[in-house]
Structures are given as structure tokens and as C-alpha cells.
Design a binder for this molecule. Structure first.
Ligand code: UT7
Length: 332
């Protein structure tokens, strides 16, 4: 075990599809208003992947290709790719394998991690262990979801929230102490009843009845999930600060999962951070599930400086939640 290695993010890339679904257009689809959506969620628009036979990998592939370009990495140098997703292209094979094949990661193995909206942080921590152990030198974590494939566009309670997108990071060993410093990951399976997809798994395989009953879409009891999200995401973000003796002044940025602006606000307040230290793009992308955090890092990359203390936190179905504390490793 080579304890002197930290696992550092050395590059980040993102991809969002072209089509923009605005709140105004949603007003013509379900009984909602631009004002309700903005006030209750902070979302103004979201991007959707349109077209036949296009899936999560359709967005993950360009993100990974761009990541390789930006980090000057040849595809054959990559050791491992982990894809965090709840909307894999297929039940099997893993979407990571599909991405690998398309991008030419001929020496990498890959697998998917499903932990709902916390999948990206679970994957980042998992990936970091392969680096910290000294086993691998280049690991890609891609968070991607085509949420529009499991959203019921007749259900105003869910269809206004979600969007499609992908973001990818490269993890490499760092001997100067930059990179992931600490993480806290949690789950509570009793939360299943409030947020799940009823059919399509082994308990209830697809049938005419499940399709007719619209059971292949996201089922969410918003208020219950909201309550749990506010409490858990805020407290785990505070907890990781406390146990690493970080004050609000020490934290350069919070990169929070983008599920609802009000959840992000509650987390920011609990951490004592000013607004300018919080990465927010929910207004333009909505909740892209596993895409939210890498898309934030991608958009803030220009502002991040070597040595910046960053807290990443998420909450999602499962329930799953957690936080990561990392020291940013490079200036762009
Ligand atoms: O990504 C990780 C996991 N997910 C989350 O973290 C999401 C957490 N939950 C939420 O963000 C919020 O609960 C929602 C945005 C989903 C809903 O907001 P809310 O303030 O909790 O609303 P609610 O579900 O309690 O509904 C309040 C009212 C209801 O009407 P009545 O029963 O009071 O007459 C809803 O029918 O708002 C109504 N409503 C809407 N009205 C207009 C629900 N959705 C809409 C809508 N437009 N799109």
C-alpha cells in the first residue's frame, strides 16, 4: 500500500445535448408555470438528448474523448473507467464497456456504479482507492444520465426537474499531497419507498401491464425526499468540514449535487459559505443525476486554483448520500 499517493483530478470534461427544454415549453406539456418551477426548484431550462437509438453513452463518449484530449492522454494509457449512471444503455453490458470500446480504451477494464444521484461521488471514492493503492495510474470516472428516458412527461411533479448530461474526470496519482483527502459515504435503504422505479428490474420485469401502468418511470414523493435531502446533504457537508478542521474561509468551493436550489441553499448555510463559493448550474441543466457534479467542475475549472479546498456533496435515491473533501491539483 503506497500511502504517499493521493488520487487527484487532473482534468475534467462535459457534454450536454443540444435540445433545450424550457419552462415555457413545459407549460404547454403539463399543468405548470415557469414561476412555480423557478421558485420551487431554481430550474429555468434543461437539455434533453433527442433521437432514436441514443443513450447515456452517446453523451459520455464525447465527454471522455474531450477529457483524453485535454489531459493529453492516449486511449491505451487508461487503466480503468467507471461509469456512474442510473440510466445505462442496457441492463448489460455495462455502459463503461460501451464507452471503452467506442473511445479505444483497449487496456482498460470498466464497470458501472448505480447509486442514484450519489453515484458520481461513490465512483470517485472507489476510483481513488485504485490510485492510492498504487495499482493504477489513470482512471476515468464518468457520470452520465439520460434521465429523459425514465421520466414521465405527463407527471408535472418529476418532469420539470430532470435533464440529460454527462461529465468526466481523470484521476491520477499525486505525490505532493493534492487530491482527495477524505470522504464520507452513507446509505439508508429504507428510503426506497420514496424514490424508485417500480418496474424493469428482476422483481417486476417489463410486461404490457407495467408499461400500461407507467411503472418504468421515476416515482418520487418529492416532499419526503426533499426533507431527507436537506438534512442529510447539509449535515454530511458540515461533518466533513468539522473532521478536517476546515472553516468556511478555508473552503474555496462547494460542488453540490444539483437537485433543487433550496437543498443547495440549506447546505451552503449549514457550511457557513457565501453564495459565491457555491457552484450552481441547476438553472440551465436541471438535475442530470450523475452528471451534475462533474458538469459543475467542468464549468468552474477555469476558476479553480492548485491547492483550493473543494467540498463535493450529494444526496439521492436509495437513499444514498455523502461528501468528499479534495485539494484541487492544477491551474488551468
Ligand atoms: O436528485 C436527488 C433526489 N431528489 C431530490 O432531491 C428532489 C427533492 N424534492 C424536491 O426537490 C421537491 O420536493 C419538488 C421540486 C420535487 C417538489 O417541490 P415541493 O415544494 O416539495 O412541492 P410538493 O411536491 O409538496 O407539491 C406542492 C404543490 C402540490 O399541490 P397541492 O397538493 O398543494 O395542491 C403539487 O401538486 O405543488 C404542486 N406541484 C406543482 N405545481 C405546479 C407539484 N409539481 C408542480 C409543478 N407545477 N411542476
Amino acid at each position: 500500500m503506497s500511502q504517499h499517493y493521493k488520487a487527484a483530478i487532473t482534468g475534467v470534461a462535459g457534454y450536454v445535448p443540444d435540445y433545450v427544454l424550457t419552462n415555457k415549453e413545459l407549460e404547454t406539456i403539463v399543468d405548470t408555470t415557469d414561476e412555480w418551477i423557478i421558485t420551487r426548484t431554481g430550474i429555468k431550462e434543461r437539455h434533453l438528448l433527442k433521437g432514436e437509438e441514443k443513450g447515456t453513452s452517446t453523451m459520455a463518449i464525447p465527454a471522455v474523448k474531450d477529457l483524453l484530449k485535454k489531459t493529453n492522454t492516449a486511449p491505451e494509457e487508461v487503466d480503468l473507467i467507471i461509469c456512474a449512471t442510473v440510466t445505462p444503455d442496457h441492463q448489460f453490458p455495462a455502459t463503461a464497456n460501451i464507452i471503452s470500446d467506442e473511445v479505444g480504451l483497449v487496456n482498460a477494464f470498466g464497470f458501472d456504479i448505480a447509486a442514484a444521484c450519489s453515484g458520481f461521488i461513490y465512483s470517485l471514492v472507489t476510483a481513488s482507492k485504485y490510485i492510492e493503492s498504487g495499482l493504477y495510474k489513470k482512471v476515468i470516472v464518468v457520470g452520465a444520465d439520460k434521465m429523459s428516458s425514465i421520466i414521465d412527461y405527463t407527471d408535472r411533479k418529476t418532469c420539470v426537474i430532470f435533464g440529460d448530461g454527462a461529465g468526466a474526470v481523470m484521476l491520477e496519482p499525486n505525490e505532493e499531497g493534492f487530491g482527495i483527502q477524505d470522504s464520507i459515504l452513507k446509505s439508508d435503504g429504507s428510503g426506497k419507498k420514496h424514490l424508485h422505479q417500480k418496474a424493469g428490474g428482476s422483481v417486476k420485469p417489463a410486461s404490457h401491464e407495467t408499461v400500461d401502468a407507467r411503472e418504468h418511470y421515476v416515482y418520487q414523493e418529492g416532499a419526503q425526499v426533499f426533507k431527507a435531502a436537506v438534512t442529510s446533504m447539509a449535515s454530511v457537508s458540515r461533518e466533513i468540514m468539522t473532521r478536517n478542521q476546515l472553516t468556511a474561509d478555508d473552503v474555496a468551493y462547494l460542488a453540490p449535487h444539483q437537485a433543487n436550489l433550496r437543498i443547495i441553499e440549506a447546505t451552503r448555510r449549514k457550511m457557513g459559505l457565501p453564495e459565491e463559493k457555491v457552484m450552481i448550474n441547476i438553472d440551465r441543466y436541471g438535475n442530470t443525476t450523475n452528471g451534475t457534479i462533474p458538469l459543475c467542475l467542468w464549468e468552474w475549472e477555469d476558476k479553480l486554483k492548485k491547492g483550493d479546498n473543494i467540498v463535493i456533496s450529494a444526496f439521492g435515491g436509495g437513499f444514498t448520500w455523502g461528501a468528499i473533501y479534495l485539494k484541487w491539483a492544477y491551474n488551468k
